[in-house]
Design a protein around this ligand. Structure first.
Ligand code: NAI
Length: 329
């Protein structure tokens, strides 16, 4: 089976090529999947897509016209896929539900520590022979209250690390996890989580219900000086609302691994170009904002699992079986 791998980077090629054989051939395409690039999948039986590839109804229809019957997502989130349309067209969608929750959880906590202890500033200062501590004052994580929105795989892995730090955990999720309550964490209504948390971290999926979950109203309900971390999906946050929160000092620390308009920016080297996104550029002006370019998943262990599970999903499709990673609407 020939598979068109969109948004293919060197690390994707390295990961997937080890599983290639007579039954699974990968055709790597640098471009993102968009209505303009979809034709590059011609001659393939399946495609492999990533977080910022466009799998809207228009693109799915074009894929179907090319004879594509399978989309293998090499990620956990699937907010970029029109599942109802895929079902109508008879295109099978599979994903990698859990390749390494710890990778994302560790990056999340890394962002908390970096912002709190101002490691991003300290790194530059010391390289400039500036050993002054003025402006680097942090706070202990021990004893602080952390609010986790979403306690699935990544929320749980984050909770376990923070429990080890001696944090009090408040959680919100429609599904109660016994593993979370075993950490002495409490499920509380969203309002209580906003009002009581020193740090808030987002670990729920992006759905129509969770889009702009963090908005002017929710920011207003948070503690003064709150730290907000988003390693989930950019559109969980109304970016203008957090900029207002940063300007009013309501938000004292902001860590983002994802951004609502990231598809035009992330995963590319744009250092020689002018970036037109005024909102993103405004975020970068704040000293207390740390942004990484959707790298929370990016560990050796996670990449190995992603390529292995994605290949299994493709082979299952080729042999007309299932792995359990298929998405149904
Ligand atoms: P999961 O499916 O195991 O857990 C998600 C949890 O969110 C579930 O327990 C669900 O009940 C809960 N949830 C749903 N709606 C909610 C709401 N309105 N409020 C509170 N909780 C709600 O997913 P997992 O593996 O923990 O991943 C979470 C998200 O992390 C993914 O959807 C994806 O967007 C993001 N992600 C980001 C990565 C990165 O590199 N930055 C890598 C992998 C995932």
């Amino acid at each position: 089976m020939k598979v068109a791998v969109f948004s293919a980077k060197k690390y994707d090629r390295d990961g997937f090529t080890q599983w290639a054989d007579a039954s699974l051939q990968f055709h790597y395409i640098d471009s993102r999947l968009t209505p303009q690039t979809v034709q590059l999948a011609a001659g393939c039986h399946a495609i492999c897509a990533f977080v910022n590839d466009d799998l809207s109804a228009a693109v799915l229809q074009q894929l179907s016209n090319l004879g594509i019957e399978m989309v293998a997502l090499r990620c956990a989130g699937f907010n970029n896929v029109d599942l109802a349309c895929a079902k109508t067209l008879g295109i099978r969608i599979a994903r990698v539900p859990a390749y390494s929750p710890q990778a994302v959880a560790e990056h999340t906590v890394g962002m908390m520590l970096c912002l709190n202890r101002k490691l991003h500033k300290a790194y530059n200062r010391v390289r400039d022979d500036n050993f002054s501590l003025d402006g680097l004052l942090g706070f202990n994580l021990f004893g602080k209250t952390v609010g986790l929105i979403g306690t699935g795989r990544i929320g749980l892995a984050t909770a376990k690390i923070l429990h080890g730090f001696g944090c009090q955990l408040l959680c919100h999720d429609p599904v109660v996890s016994p593993e979370i309550t075993a950490l002495n964490a409490r499920y509380v209504p969203m309002e209580a989580l906003y009002a009581q948390s020193d740090i808030i971290s987002l670990h729920c999926p992006l759905t129509p219900d969770t889009k702009h979950l963090i908005n002017h109203y929710s920011v207003g309900s948070m503690k003064d000086g709150v730290m907000l971390i988003n390693t989930s999906r950019g559109a969980l946050i109304d970016t203008q609302a957090v900029i207002t929160g940063l300007k009013s000092r309501k938000i004292a620390y902001l860590g983002l691994d994802v951004y609502e308009q990231e598809a035009d920016l992330f995963f590319e080297n744009l250092s020689e170009q002018v970036i037109d996104d005024e909102v993103f550029k405004r975020l970068l002006t704040f000293p207390n904002v740390l942004i990484t370019g959707h790298q929370a998943f990016f560990t050796v262990e996670a990449l190995q699992e992603i390529s292995l599970i994605t290949s299994d999903n493709l082979l299952a499709f080729a042999s007309n079986t299932v792995t359990g990673n298929e998405l149904t609407n």
